[in-house]
Design a protein around this ligand. Structure first.
Ligand code: SF4
Length: 547
């Protein structure tokens, strides 16, 4: 496993995507996806240009069918005529014919092992005998081989993109909707690519739950290493949302893995104009990769993750607090009960008396330095609660979000730390406190507000996603401990909102379906009535509280 203590990229194969290379010694590539109708060639080409000008090194477009794949061919020609060489990636679900069409027309094709060969999920509890299971694997190889041959012929790269929540019934029957299920799903495909001696393959393992996404990627690396596979990784948190939440979730998930040397291309998925994704991704890559060649971190530490989690939780419990603490240097003004720091203002000088140990980084590799200290404390048997304090000079909210969420998210994801203290004297204290709670929520360690799981939108989206997410948020943001999915389409949406408590999903143009967990409870509601139906649904389940 790559290590957070010595920032170095995991060595990989070099994958060729047109003239662009991914993996190995290539820089970490930044990419995004259009949210236009792919068949609207003019608008889609315009958005590709905007993304390329903003710094996207690859642009993905949705290709629901052969027609969209062919439109991508046309818009690729249009881009090349305009002097734009950005490689295009066709995003395929459920439709191998579209993948075959795209493989001859664009530089890269993304297929989803959860639905490329296996039929659409039924969410039924199916059982496969070993023989039936083997027969299904045979079908995968039979479908993939001609696709691989076509990609080889045209020099087209492939992304195997697994999403938590869109695993096939077959994988679910053996492994459940788990990180291990995600790994098995992709490994079955990878073995066919390796057997066919085709290596221009990039892998992604995405989830809206950051903890699941991080675990899935770590497990994948272990599984690939065991079979001497060295494919590059595409990192991203799906349905991360928008604004600060979207940036924080992405920075915690992508940042934790990048800090371990993983990741060769990234996409920050935001429910915003896709152009807004690029500067966030740029900051994340620049911030983390700037650590390359840092001074060695010295000291004893116990490698491995979560090995000593229980004593830390026990330490907090001894002090009457089960959740990790939030500490704030400056006194925030707009404090609600849910977002009230545990220690701030005049309490700060007494933290040591309260029994807390404050650690600070002493190396440019901030998470590496903090984790080394935490491991050392754990190895020495210390049960004293520990808070990680990091100083940032940034006043710019986006820079602070990226830096603090990737550093402290990495530390909190280890399970070894009991609290965070973002010391940012030039930033707004209210924003700093909100950011601190956001980091703990992204790590699923302290839930302080409703979590919105919203897809980034694409050519399949059935409504104006940004406006709708804001409306849903306005109606429900005061609720705590709920997860609400707002998904643009029913094709992927209800599967990919994963563990959301409620779902608001585009069923058709102007029509919405509502979900309670995975169950569709109301279908095809007119869009202008859907929010009030959602509120009524939440009330009927006893999950509502008046603001
Ligand atoms: S949920 Fe549907 S609309 Fe949203 S990004 Fe995924 S495929 Fe596109």
């Amino acid at each position: 496993m790559a290590s957070v203590f010595d920032y170095r990229r995991r060595p990989t194969l070099t994958v060729h995507v047109g003239e662009l290379t991914i993996g190995s010694d290539s820089p970490v590539r930044i990419q995004s996806m259009t949210n236009t109708d792919t068949n609207d060639v003019e608008r889609s080409a315009e958005q590709c240009l905007q993304l390329a000008q903003a710094g996207a090194e690859l642009v993905r477009l949705t290709a629901q069918g052969v027609r969209e794949a062919e439109s991508m061919g046309m818009l690729r020609n249009s881009l090349r005529k305009q002097g734009c060489e950005v490689p295009l990636v066709a995003d395929i679900h459920f439709n191998p014919r579209a993948a075959f069409a795209a493989a001859a027309l664009v530089e890269k094709v993304r297929i989803n092992p959860g639905n490329f060969v296996d039929p659409a999920r039924t969410f039924r509890d199916l059982h496969y005998s070993d023989e039936e299971y083997r027969a299904e694997l045979g079908k995968i190889a039979a479908t993939l081989k001609p696709f691989i041959a076509l990609c080889r012929e045209h020099g087209t790269a492939v992304r195997l993109g697994v999403n938590h929540g869109s695993l096939s019934d077959r994988i679910m029957s053996r492994y459940g909707n788990t990180p291990q299920g995600m790994v098995e799903s992709v490994m079955e495909f990878l073995r066919v690519f390796v057997a066919e001696d085709f290596h221009d393959v990039v892998i992604s393992m995405k989830a809206s739950n950051v903890v699941v996404m991080v675990e899935a990627v770590r497990r994948l690396v272990v599984a690939m290493d065991a079979e001497q596979m060295h494919f590059p990784l595409h990192l991203g948190v799906t349905e991360a949302g928008f604004g600060e939440d979207g940036r924080v979730k992405s920075a915690v998930g992508i940042g934790t893995l990048m800090n371990e040397g993983l990741g060769d291309t990234i996409r920050v998925s935001l429910s915003e104009d896709p152009v807004a994704e690029i500067p966030v991704a740029r900051k994340l890559v620049d911030y983390i990769t700037s650590r390359e060649g840092h001074e060695p971190i010295v000291g004893d530490y116990c490698p491995g993750y979560n090995a000593v989690t229980p004593p830390r939780r026990a330490a907090r419990q001894l002090m009457g607090c089960r959740s990790p603490w939030v500490i704030s240097s400056a006194m925030p003004e707009e404090i609600t009960d849910a977002l009230k720091p545990d220690f701030y203002g005049e309490q700060l000088p007494d933290l040591a008396d309260a029994g807390l140990l404050i650690i600070t980084p002493d190396n440019d590799n901030i998470p590496g330095s903090l984790l080394q200290q935490l491991h050392e404390l754990a190895a020495n048997g210390s049960a004293q609660p520990v808070v990680a304090r990091v100083h940032y000079d940034d006043a710019d909210p986006e820079w602070l979000q990226v830096k603090a969420a990737s550093d402290l998210g990495t530390v909190m994801m280890s399970g070894l730390c009991d609290g965070i203290w973002i010391d940012a004297p030039f930033a707004d204290p209210n924003e700093v406190v909100r950011l601190s709670f956001g980091i703990l929520q992204a790590c699923r360690q302290r839930m302080s507000k409703t979590e919105f799981i919203s897809c980034p939108s694409c050519g399949r989206t059935m409504f104006d996603l940004q406006t709708t997410v804001r409306k849903v948020q306005q109606a429900t943001a005061h609720l705590t401990h709920l997860k609400i999915g707002v998904m643009g389409c029913v094709v992927n949406g209800h599967g990919e909102m994963a563990d959301a408590d409620y779902g608001y999903v585009g069923a058709a143009r102007g029509r919405i379906s509502l979900y309670k967990g995975k169950q569709c409870v109301e279908k095809n509601i007119p869009e202008d009535e859907a929010i009030s139906h959602l509120v009524a649904l939440i009330k009927s389940q006893g999950d509502w509280a008046d603001p």
